[in-house]
Design a protein around this ligand. Structure first.
Ligand code: AMP
Ligand code: MG
Length: 430
């Protein structure tokens, strides 16, 4: 039996009481969301439910009403708390039969390790009528693929290392062949240095018109400290046209946002900056106070960063700023450790000590303590001394938790370097 209508929408139900606690997160739905989108099937809702027959039955019934494809993960094991198979069979009113080949297969798995199969494992061999069994080379729980009144129900094992290969090998193909010719296409651009409402103000008049077009482009703006992402997506049956349309849409946004845009493909700032440095044969060193090494940690997360990262110092105490970077105690006494003159002296110090094209100095108050009325928590001075020896320095007032302020400060510092390179190619050709 094939579904007469293309499958377009899906819901994921993650089953497992441990996923309701404070220590385990459902990650299977993240994986499935991306894989389903690639097949043109949009994830419309997801649920996490404990190992309770009643709760699962209710949620599963609702999902069947709402969407074309219901994917359930977890709860396929041999124990009493593994209820997914039973609940799905009874809600769909399908009788179960024991599949002898599954019993044999599980028996073999045990006997290879010199053990007998416990009787409880027979439960994993109970198959609802009409279901296709998805074999599991990475565990004992087989999956199930059920077509029912034009809908598809897929049962997958909970452990990601079992679920993912099973989906790729046995589920993606059959779902893709029933999901029609439309696929979902995406693009993303990343910005920094401007607030969410400024970004919205600049691009809303542009993207609001795309909603009226056929097919419409969906726009989502995601703001995190130091980075705003603009995601565009489009459903289409023509890959060439869809990609061209997303590219021209993205270009319209870039024209409106200018140099606030640093990435056209989702690559993070450390990678974009790394490429700019590497391509021009430039090098970088950093003297960090409040960021505690995060600036260089991020830059060195990128493979091949040894081509441009030279060195760094975490100069947290005043003494370290003087001893390692030659920052004068008088300067610190006159302006305070968190000040533009000290940031410049740190940047100068690390640059001249290491011979890098760029020296970075970051000093600030990450909080939650240590703020004063003149220099509240979130005050960060960032200095960059470039290849010509001239310094760029700025003071930011950042909001958020300690870790957010640290991240944001490194992002802002990288962005200063990025802009110096893209704005003034001539300066950088030393
Ligand atoms: P189960 O198939 O219910 O026996 O799940 C076995 C194990 O798979 C659990 O203990 C989790 O470690 C993992 N797991 C189950 N569901 C999920 C999920 N939705 N996301 C990530 N891991 C999961
Ligand atoms: Mg479980």
């Amino acid at each position: 039996m094939t579904a007469d209508r293309p499958l377009r929408t899906a819901e994921v139900i993650a089953v497992g009481s441990e996923l309701l606690g404070s220590t385990r997160l459902d990650t299977n739905s993240l994986y499935l969301s991306e894989k389903l989108a690639a097949l043109g099937i949009e994830l419309r809702a997801k649920a996490v439910v404990g190992d309770s027959r009643d709760d699962l039955a209710k949620i599963f019934r609702q999902a069947l009403d709402r969407v074309d494809v219901v994917v359930l993960t977890g709860g396929l094991g041999p124990t009493d708390d593994d209820v997914t198979r039973d609940v799905v069979g009874s809600v769909l009113n399908l009788p179960f039969t024991e599949d002898a080949s599954i019993v044999e297969w599980i028996e073999q798995r045990f006997s290879r390790r010199g053990m007998h199969m416990p009787e409880v494992n027979r439960r994993q061999a109970m198959v609802p009528r009409g279901a296709i069994v998805l074999d599991n080379p990475n565990g004992t729980a087989p999956g199930l693929f059920i077509e029912h009144e034009g809908k598809v129900v897929v049962l997958l094992p909970g452990p990601p290392r079992e679920l993912q290969p099973m989906f790729e090998r046995l589920v993606a193909g059959p779902l893709g062949s029933r999901s029609g010719s439309e696929r979902i296409y995406n693009t993303v651009l990343l910005t920094t240095g401007r607030g969410e409402s400024h970004i919205e103000e600049a691009i809303q008049p542009i993207y609001s018109t795309w909603r009226e077009e056929t097919p419409p482009i969906e726009t989502t703006i995601l703001a995190t400290p130091g980075q705003i992402e603009v995601h565009l997506s489009l459903r289409s049956d023509d890959p060439v046209k869809a990609k061209a349309r997303l590219t021209s849409a993205r270009e319209a946004l870039v024209a409106a946002l200018g140099e606030a845009v640093f990435s056209l493909d989702g690559r993070p700032m450390e990678q974009i900056l790394g490429e700019l440095l590497r391509d021009r044969g430039l090098t970088i060193s950093a003297a960090e106070s409040c960021t505690g090494g995060l600036f260089l940690s991020r830059l060195t997360d990128v493979p091949g960063s040894s081509a441009y990262v030279l060195s760094g110092v975490v100069a947290y105490s005043n003494r370290a700023k003087t001893d390692f970077l030659g920052v004068s105690p008088d300067l610190i006494a006159a302006h305070g450790a968190v000040s533009e003159p000290v940031a410049v002296a740190m940047a100068d110090g690390i640059r001249s000590k290491t011979g890098a094209s760029f020296g970075i100095g970051i000093t600030g108050i990450a909080g939650p303590d240590g703020g004063t009325p003149e220099k509240p928590v979130g005050t960060v001075a960032i200095a960059v001394v470039g290849p010509d020896g001239a310094a760029k320095v700025r003071t930011l007032l950042l909001a958020g938790s300690r870790s957010m302020i640290k991240f944001w400060a490194t992002q802002a510092a990288m962005d200063v370097v990025r802009k110096m390179i893209v704005r003034d190619e001539a300066v950088c050709r030393h």
